[in-house]
Write a new protein. Structure first.
Length: 94
């Protein structure tokens, strides 16, 4: 692997982890505090979750840590947010 590829790979991991460790947890916490999913799109989160799962699966198949590492927290927090959709939807329409 060339040095440029390694630098790009590390950059992708850092940016992805920032989204997955800051963006998704903050959204999950906000939903929890409000006990509401108001303003969120179920199809968007469902498709994102499916993409995270497929990327994680692909990374595992080819044993590529650059793909695996950022997608583990994405799958976890994506699952939490989807769980919140089904938990809090009883209180409001989607």
């Amino acid at each position: 692997m060339s040095q440029i590829s390694q630098i790009l790979g590390i950059g992708v991991i850092v940016l992805s982890l920032s989204l997955f460790f800051i963006g998704l947890p903050v959204q999950a916490y906000k939903n929890y505090k409000r006990k509401s999913i108001k303003g969120l799109s179920l199809p968007l989160f469902l498709l994102n979750f499916l993409a995270y799962v497929i990327w994680l699966w692909y990374g595992l198949l080819i044993t590529n840590l650059t793909i695996i590492i950022p997608n583990i927290p994405a799958v976890i927090f994506g699952a939490i947010i989807l769980y919140q959709f089904f938990t809090y939807r009883k209180k409001q329409p989607l």
